[in-house]
Design a protein around this ligand. Structure first.
Ligand SMILES: *Cc1c(COP(=O)(O)O)cnc(C)c1O
Length: 460
């Protein structure tokens, strides 16, 4: 009895919603009321668990923290200072002005998404990007879906369900934890038949494994790793010849999908036109890896299998949105016009290292010259760094880059990194050899001032 009276007294000591809201007058009344109530609910739970009632200031501070954590939990822009250009967790690749203008132009009003304006009747959303893709790749036909995983799924489910698909053991890849070839295969209803060994697979292995039930050969680009040492894989050209002779479909999943040589000279990545010229019936690739466009999956290749894909009931579930199509079309037009420098990914990759060094020095100097109340012993300096393409592209290759290196006398690099992540505009860096690095290769110059501000905030 006395216990519950004591609890009642402590509950009564809690501030009212109005009192807490009074301390949040800089917020809009709706937001202030909502977070004040949530913070008071938390406080009530803690009092019920035996704690003393917090004062109004403390509850108001907790309410303010809720506003911040709500902001950070929403989809917001961040600064990618990891040095990974194609960063799946950070939205893969940024889009440039022309790509975004195309999205705005098509989506501000209505569009001919599924309407044939010449004939004045229903059309198809799959027609728009088709001609650009076929021009740029040499394919007979093409189809765009939601992402490359969807493209592979559509191909397997439509052309191979209930039948066998032969794949080299060295290519049973997992990408980003979710896309695993055996799982996609199982979901499609096709039967996976592993051929060869992890490090060596020969054409004869494929030949021996063919049965009347074999629907396709699937060649998968081992995007995010390299098999080195005593290795052998079957060239696409040989697989294509065997597939053709035996009436089997040859599907080459490229993942990254480069249309031509890169400005940065790594040429190990298979080019889409080359894979098609080798004789693949279908190739699949992503819109938002080395292509530098929106999330999308592209199937390009022979007209007959693509016509089957276009009739698949699955297509409706994997279909691509008009915003994506608009951005993809604009991206492809930049390739057609030889203007890849307008694609942010290509621009970032091509930035001379000296320019990044100059920016890193300017940022470091601005932070070093911060006001005197700053913690002493903080060291901020320009350091040479290595950036990578990421997104499972160009494995093993890296680019010379520059970073702002940060050392704090009392705070661990993890602590400083966490403070940078929790700002209004989160800055995501990486820690290397105990030093926090903010690599500038994937940071547009317009963000440099914000990096200075964020660094000063996280160090003082
Ligand atoms: C990345 C990748 C995929 C998946 O592409 P998403 O566009 O992320 O769905 C499939 N296959 C390969 C070889 C890849 O590299």
């Amino acid at each position: 009895m006395s216990g519950s009276r004591e609890l009642n007294d402590r509950m009564r000591a809690l501030p009212s919603v109005d009192r807490v809201m009074g301390l949040l007058s800089d917020l809009s009344p709706r937001v202030a009321a909502a977070v004040a109530r949530r913070a008071l609910e938390d406080a009530r739970a803690r009092v019920a668990a035996g704690e003393e009632a917090p004062g109004a200031e403390e509850v108001a501070a907790a309410a303010r923290a809720l506003v911040e954590s709500d902001h950070l939990a929403a989809l917001i822009p961040v600064i990618n200072a990891t040095g990974v250009l194609i960063h799946t967790n950070l939205g893969r690749v940024p889009l440039g002005r022309e790509q975004l203008d195309a999205v705005t132009a098509v989506t501000r009003g209505y569009s001919n998404l599924e309407y044939d304006v010449v004939e004045g009747r229903r059309g198809t959303r799959y027609a728009h990007a088709r001609s650009l893709i076929t021009q740029l790749t040499g394919a007979e036909d093409a189809l765009v879906v939601n992402n490359c995983a969807a493209a592979v799924l559509l191909v397997l489910a439509t052309l191979c369900a209930g039948r066998e698909v032969l794949i080299s053991r060295g290519e049973l890849i997992e990408i980003g934890g979710e896309f695993r070839i055996p799982d996609v295969m199982a979901a499609s209803g096709a039967r996976l038949v592993e051929v060869g060994t992890t490090n060596r697979t020969h054409l004869a292995d494929f030949e021996k494994a063919i049965t009347p039930d074999t629907a396709a050969f699937l060649k998968v680009h081992p995007s995010n790793y390299r098999v080195v040492g005593f290795t052998a894989s079957v060239p696409g050209r040989d697989l294509a010849r065997l597939a053709r002779a035996r009436g089997i479909t040859f599907v080459h999943d490229l993942g990254s999908g480069l249309l031509g040589e890169t400005p940065w000279g790594h040429t190990e990545e298979p080019l889409v036109p080359l894979a098609l010229a080798e004789g693949a019936d279908l190739v699949t690739f992503s819109g938002d890896k080395l292509l530098g466009g929106p999330q999308a999956g592209i199937v390009a290749g022979a007209a007959a299998p693509i016509a089957k894909l276009a009739k698949s009931p699955l297509l409706r579930a994997l279909r691509v949105d008009k915003m994506t199509l608009a951005a993809l079309q604009a991206t492809l037009a930049l390739y057609r016009d030889g203007r890849t420098e307008s694609i942010p990914l290509w621009d970032m990759a091509a930035t001379p290292a000296e320019e990044l060094e100059r920016r890193a020095r300017t940022i470091a100097r601005a932070v070093e010259e911060r006001p005197a109340d700053a913690a002493p012993g903080v060291k901020v300096e320009a350091l040479p760094s290595r950036a990578v393409a990421g997104g499972g592209s160009l494995p093993g290759a890296d680019f010379g880059s520059w970073a702002v290196g940060v050392r704090h006398p009392e705070r661990s690099p993890q602590d400083v990194a966490a403070r940078l992540r929790r700002g209004r505009l989160p800055v995501i860096g990486r820690i290397e050899d105990g030093v926090l690095l903010l690599d500038l290769r994937a940071v547009p110059e317009r963000h440099d001032a914000q990096i200075v501000e964020a660094l000063i905030g996280s160090l003082t």
